[in-house]
Design a protein around this ligand. Structure first.
Ligand SMILES: [Zn+2]
Length: 99
């Protein structure tokens, strides 16, 4: 989902050439690299300009229902704190799935 915004060209190429393949795996890998990059390059201990925790939670649960403006546009790609919060939410969600 996020990858579309970050690199629409690559995404289009993948979709064109592998219409039957589910490329979630690749998206996840790319996204993890991006997270690592944000965590090490964009510390934001003051949490300047961060969207509210409710918005982050909603983005984690139902990304399609959150507007880019609610997320303060591309803020999360330049904020280690929000990225960390989203990673924690994702871990919690994955743990909730496992019985
Ligand atoms: Zn933030």
């Amino acid at each position: 989902m996020i990858v579309y915004t970050v690199d629409p060209i690559r995404k289009d190429v993948v979709a064109e050439h592998q219409p039957l393949l589910n490329d979630d795996q690749n998206d996840t890998l790319l996204f993890e690299k991006l997270e690592e990059y944000v965590l090490s390059h964009y510390p934001n201990p003051e949490r300047v300009g961060c969207p509210s925790p409710e918005v982050l939670k909603r983005f984690s649960d139902t990304p399609r229902e959150v507007k880019l403006s609610d997320l303060k546009d591309l803020h999360i790609f330049k904020c280690a704190e929000c990225t960390r919060a989203l990673m924690e939410l994702r871990i919690q969600r994955e743990q909730a799935k496992t019985p």
